[in-house]
Design a protein around this ligand. Structure first.
Ligand code: RTP
Ligand code: MG
Length: 135
């Protein structure tokens, strides 16, 4: 069965939205097969977001992702990679569709800094790589 990595980012955990996010995943019919709380290091984030390491927003991304604990979950189901991306919504909370996690719950402070609650793997290959990093 296909697996994906879901991260509830520090804003989601700090705002008390862990249960809300996991409930949406479970209501969709996916199975949470592993779950833990992690404090990310800059080194781990450099591996996780390797495609963004050289981008201008990377230092802000590290600050955001190390601002508190993260809840990491392995989620299993048919076409779960696409499905959890779809439940998450597009990257920017302002543009993410209502009904999605980011569209309903994410915040845009208008300063270029966005708080979008969740990460989910963008392909089965990314999922395998990211699950090995976080678990
Ligand atoms: P993620 O990897 O976290 O699931 O998000 P994503 O695929 O929707 O978006 P991606 O392009 O991979 O960006 C990763 C995360 O970096 C932050 N970001 N900030 N200020 C900016 O322009 C900017 N762009 C991206 C967001 O936290 C985004 O989720
Ligand atoms: Mg991404």
């Amino acid at each position: 069965m296909e697996k994906t990595l879901l991260l509830i980012k520090p804003d989601g955990v700090t705002r008390g939205l862990t249960g809300e996010v996991l409930a949406r995943i479970e209501r969709k019919g996916y199975t949470i097969v592993d779950l833990k709380m992690v404090t990310a290091t800059e080194e781990l984030l450099g591996e996780h977001y390797v495609e963004h390491r050289e981008k201008a927003f990377f230092p802000d991304l590290v600050e955001y992702m190390t601002s508190g604990p993260i809840v990491a979950a392995i989620v299993e189901g048919a076409r779960v990679v696409e499905g959890v991306r779809s439940l998450s919504g597009s990257t920017e909370p302002t543009l993410a569709a209502p009904g999605t996690i980011r569209g309903d719950l994410g915040r845009d402070w208008g300063t270029g800094q966005i708080e979008n609650i969740v990460h989910s793997s963008d392909s089965p290959e990314s999922a395998a790589r990211e699950i090995a990093l976080w678990f």
